[in-house]
Design a protein around this ligand. Structure first.
Ligand SMILES: *Cc1c(COP(=O)(O)O)cnc(C)c1O
Length: 390
């Protein structure tokens, strides 16, 4: 069977079926060289010159992710998710208008707030779940980029990707989607019209909380994509070869991990949906979530491993729950094999718009019953929600 006929799931499990050409090894070697030999005639044997631009270990991870995202223009790795995201913004030019989702990963929001203006960008924050608001914000001819996440951190709001892409394209703007949370297992933004997909590969793609990396993938090879590639080559925000190798290894189990985490997250969301100590369970897999119908259409095979709970009684009770968990680990980040819990507004600091009764959960691959029992015991002494559930 030819590679093009098998599913992405099979291709990624086999790391594209590539065999080390030098040794025949099934597991790839790590290519640590920073430079490549120049032939007597001045040419390079395989076109690679210096590892800031090209490295065979990055390239294997890049091919795998480009395949998963259906990215015809290819994919490039970065040193972190932030380096990848900011490379997109820094490839714009002063005066460009960018429409950015109101609910999004705080690091991107913080960079835009601190440096967007000095970079000359005209940044406008919009509720991308509201298509009329998106339409009103787009300025044909001057909006260059729409940036969003879905489900979006940390309330897991859903944006209709196909609808936003159609609106943006009609106004001449590109759409970049941070696909860190659903991963291409659950959402393939390029198939829905997105131009660029960005990842914190630190999260689900690697999946083991031991690599910092990022990536940008492009639907097509065009001048803006060439500019982003050139930015990486010259600015040098590249991972080390060992990180790229760990990422290849981590991605091989992506489908198993994401599906398991999604199933468990749904079970947890359903179990705690009516718990008296909670004001709300925020998860797009619940029918009560405002984005549920769109998520059900746009996400394939699950609603992801991320959910948030709002604890009755406010911040003190939320912190009490945090202090009592035993199986969940108190830590930031997401997408690892171990389940995490954090008080998001303290992580983000005083400017955070996140309600202070919110705890963000990243579900791992542990036995679902252990996670449910742990939350049950942590919530046991929390007073019941007095107010009506939203
Ligand atoms: C973590 C994260 C980032 C930033 O990635 P780093 O690898 O930590 O730099 C960007 N977007 C989302 C959605 C994230 O969760």
């Amino acid at each position: 069977m030819k590679g093009s006929q098998v599913s992405p799931e099979t291709m990624v499990a086999q790391a594209l079926g590539e065999i080390d050409p030098a040794t025949g090894a099934l597991a790839p070697a790590i290519s640590v060289s920073t430079n490549y030999e120049q032939a007597a005639d001045g040419s390079y044997h395989q076109g690679r010159v210096y590892t800031r631009a090209d490295n065979p270990t990055y390239e294997q991870a890049e091919r795998m992710l480009a395949m998963l995202e259906g990215a015809g223009g290819g994919c490039i790795l970065f040193a972190s998710g932030m380096a990848a995201a900011i490379a997109v913004f820094q490839s714009l030019i002063p005066g460009d208008h960018v429409v950015v989702a109101r609910v999004l990963y705080w690091g991107v929001r913080k960079w835009l707030a601190e440096f967007g203006l000095s970079w000359g960008l005209d940044v406008e924050f919009v509720d991308t779940a509201d298509l009329d608001a998106v339409k009103a914000a787009l300025r044909p001819g001057s909006t260059r980029l729409v940036w969003l996440e879905t489900p979006a951190n940390p309330t897991w709001e859903i944006t209709d990707l196909a609808a936003v892409c159609a609106l943006a394209h009609a106004a001449g703007a590109r759409v970049a989607v941070d696909n860190t949370v659903p991963t291409p297992v659950l959402t393939r933004p390029i198939e829905l019209g997105a131009d660029l997909v960005v990842h914190s590969a630190t999260k689900y793609l690697n999946g083991h909380s031991d690599v910092l990396a990022g990536a940008v993938a492009s639907a097509r090879n065009d001048p803006f994509w060439q500019r982003i590639r050139s930015w990486r080559r010259t600015a040098g925000a590249v991972p080390g070869p060992f990180e790229a190798w760990l990422l290849v290894r981590g991605m091989r189990t992506l489908f198993l991990r994401v599906r398991h985490a999604s199933q468990t997250a749904l079970a947890i969301a359903r179990h705690f949906e009516t718990h008296p100590a909670l004001r709300a369970v925020l998860y797009p897999g619940l029918a009560a979530h405002p984005g549920h119908a769109i998520a059900a259409r746009q996400m394939t095979g699950g609603f992801g491993g991320m959910l948030s709970i709002r604890v009755a009684g406010g911040v003190a009770q939320a912190k009490a729950v945090l202090a009592r968990v035993e199986v969940f680990k108190r830590a930031t980040s997401l997408g690892g094999v171990e389940s995490l819990i954090e008080h998001r507004s303290s992580m983000e600091g005083p400017s955070s718009p996140i309600p202070d009764d919110l705890l963000r959960l990243s579900i791992g691959i542990e036995a679902p019953a252990d996670l449910i029992a742990d939350l049950e015991q942590a919530l046991a002494d929390i007073p019941n929600a007095p107010e009506a559930r939203p």
